[in-house]
Design a protein around this ligand. Sequence first.
Ligand SMILES: C[S@@+](CC[C@H](N)C(=O)[O-])C[C@H]1O[C@@H](n2cnc3c(N)ncnc32)[C@H](O)[C@@H]1O
Length: 330
Amino acid sequence: MNGRSRPARSPRLRTGGDLLKYANRKMRQAGVSHGQGFLGPEEESLTLLGHALGLEWEALPACFRKAVAPAAASRFLELLRRRTEERVPTAYLVGEAWLGGLRFKVDERVIIPRSYFVELIPEVIPAWLPPAESIRRVADVCTGSGCLAVLLARRFPRADVDATDLSADALAVAAENVAAHGLKDRIRLHRTDVMRSLSGRRRYDLIISNPPYEPASVLRRLPAEFRKEPPGSLVSGKDGLDVIRRLLREAAASLLPHGALVIEVGGLRQAMERAWPDLRICWLPTADGSDCVGLIHAADLAALTKPGRPSATRGRPAPRGRARGRNRAR
Ligand SMILES: C[S@@+](CC[C@H](N)C(=O)[O-])C[C@H]1O[C@@H](n2cnc3c(N)ncnc32)[C@H](O)[C@@H]1O
């Protein structure tokens, strides 16, 4: 308890509903930030309550009007204290996060899954590729908890997935998640810098990456809960582009001719367009309109690494069977 007293349980905090209302108010008063896989205090409070009571999400409504046992209420209040005072993210407090309807184990060794790729892997990305059954080799660079590698393996059922990360700690968590999803025979984990140990060895139909992309100066300005995540999963050099620079070079040498590299770049869209003005990047649509995931075709990437050659796919048609929609390709 770090010398702190256990939060006292007020007599008014009797039912699950009382505890939830109290927690929502506490979180608002404390100004906690909810961007780590939750939309607001209600979702975080429910998650903490489910953990304290040992109940699945779907079973929680049953406790809203019932008295909660004192030991479970104390567990909940202690979780709430750690969330609001110590700013420990909810996903670390409960040891799991959900992405694409799947559960992933997480702890302080990995960033909490929340990538935009969850919106794009089911339909948008496959629309740019040959039929899913013919996709055999896929890579997830900077895999963290392994969440995107698992989503890829499920979306492309005949593909082998190579997943890389520089952090041995992250790969240990990824190994647990790969095993928990029964994918040990299809997902190989590699400890390597970007794609170094993969480059030139195999050619991929698809390479995706949600790399660290924050400029170093941003780290100290992030909300306290984000600073609980491994800094190496957020920050990439002075301008945020260090890993992306390497990735563009290494992916160019590793894609099949029909292949594509897809990168999540957060707030770096303009920085990328300034850094690579001749590179054709198709910004894929995301629900919040940030459209910060860029798709680059193998031919365009190859042209980039051969100075002087214009982009090979200017005027490329829209993906198979889809209107271009909100893609803002230049
Ligand atoms: C933003 S996290 C993404 C994790 C996961 N793909 C996800 O979407 O939740 C970036 C990951 O890149 C890893 N990383 C940072 N620098 C790297 C490098 N040079 N080579 C490989 N992985 C790196 C970090 O350890 C971290 O796990």
